[in-house]
Ligand binder design. Structure first.
Ligand code: FE2
Length: 289
C-alpha cells in the first residue's frame, strides 16, 4: 500500500476490509467508501471546500443537545429520513401509511383518559380528534395506544418553548372495546424547522424554505400488530406541496370539519373549550409477522 494514486486509492481502501469480521459492517462500509470516493471524483472539491464540509458536520454535531437533534434535521431535509422510512415501511394495502418520527418525540408522554385534551393552556382553536384503530380487514383493535404530539399554535413544541408547560400537547390514548379513540387538542400550526443552526444555513444557501405543513404526530401500536409512526396533515395547509422534510402523503391529509357551536356532551368534564372543529381519522395496522 505505497505510491497510491488517484486511480488505485479506492481499491486499496476497499482491500483493507478483507479482515473485517462483521459481514454487515463490511457491506455497509464497502458501499459507503465507494459512494464517497465516487462523489469526490465527480465533484473534485478543493481542499478549502473539503474543510468547509468537515466544519459543517462538526457544527451539526455541536448543535445537538438533549432537546435539539441537528443530525435528524439534516437527514430529514435531505430526504434521507423519508427514504429510510419508505424502504423499511413499504406500503401494505389497507394499512395506514407511515411518515417520519421527526426530532421532537418524547417517550414519556402521560397516558390520558379518552376525551381529555393534550393542551395544558387555553391558547388556540380547539379540535376534537376521533376515529378507530382496526386491522386490515376493519376488525377493531381494543387497547391500541395512540402516542400523540404536536406544536402549539405558535408553531413550537414544548421542548423548544420555555413558556409552555412541560409535556404540553403530548399524550397517550387507549382505544375502547370497539377500537374507538377520542381526544381534544388545539389546531397545530405550520412551522419552520429551526434555522439558527448549520442546517438552516444549508437551506438558505440552497434557497429552500424551511417550513413544514401543520400536522399532528402519532405512533399507533397494539399487541400483535406492527406499530406505525405517522403524521396527520391538515388539509388546506399552504406547505402540503413543499414540506421541508418531504413527509406528506395524500392518505395522511385530514380535513378539519367545522361545526356550528358545541354540545355540552362534547366538553363535559374535560375542562376544554367548546368544540367547533372535528378531525375524524381511522388507523389500520398490519398484523405482526
Ligand atoms: Fe412535527
Amino acid at each position: 500500500m505505497r505510491d497510491l494514486t488517484e486511480a488505485n486509492l479506492t481499491e486499496a481502501v476497499l482491500q483493507k476490509l478483507s479482515n473485517t469480521k462483521d459481514p454487515r459492517l463490511k457491506e455497509v462500509m464497502s458501499s459507503l467508501i465507494q459512494c464517497l470516493h465516487t462523489f469526490i471524483r465527480e465533484v473534485e472539491p478543493t481542499q478549502d471546500e473539503w474543510f468547509d464540509a468537515i466544519q459543517f458536520l462538526t457544527e451539526v454535531g455541536q448543535k445537538c443537545t438533549d432537546k435539539r437533534q441537528e443530525f435528524i434535521l439534516m437527514s430529514d431535509t435531505l430526504g434521507a429520513s423519508m427514504l429510510i422510512d419508505a424502504i423499511n415501511n413499504r406500503k401494505v394495502e389497507g394499512t395506514t401509511e407511515s411518515s417520519v418520527l421527526g426530532p421532537y418525540y418524547r417517550e414519556s408522554a402521560p397516558e390520558l383518559a379518552s376525551g381529555q385534551s393534550i393542551s395544558m393552556t387555553k391558547e388556540g382553536e380547539t379540535i376534537q380528534v376521533s376515529g378507530h384503530v382496526s386491522d386490515q380487514k376493519h376488525v377493531p383493535i381494543k387497547g391500541a395506544i395512540l402516542d400523540v404530539w404536536q406544536t402549539a399554535p405558535n408553531g413550537l413544541y414544548d421542548v423548544q418553548d420555555t413558556k409552555q408547560p412541560d409535556m404540553n400537547l403530548r399524550g397517550k390514548f387507549r382505544t375502547d372495546t370497539k377500537g374507538r379513540y377520542l381526544f381534544h387538542t388545539v389546531k397545530p400550526a405550520s412551522y419552520p424547522i429551526p434555522t439558527d443552526g448549520p442546517v438552516g444555513k444549508m437551506l438558505s444557501g440552497l434557497s429552500w424554505h424551511p417550513n413544514r405543513p401543520a400536522h399532528i404526530h402519532f405512533i399507533v401500536s397494539a399487541k400483535g400488530f406492527k406499530p406505525v409512526t405517522t403524521q396527520l396533515f391538515i388539509d388546506g395547509d399552504p406547505y402540503l406541496e413543499s414540506d421541508a422534510v418531504f413527509a406528506v402523503k395524500d392518505s395522511l391529509v385530514a380535513k378539519i370539519v367545522s361545526r356550528e357551536g358545541a354540545s355540552s356532551k362534547d366538553t363535559a368534564s374535560n375542562n376544554v373549550s367548546p368544540v367547533h372543529n372535528d378531525i375524524h381519522y381511522d388507523f389500520r395496522l398490519e398484523a405482526a409477522q
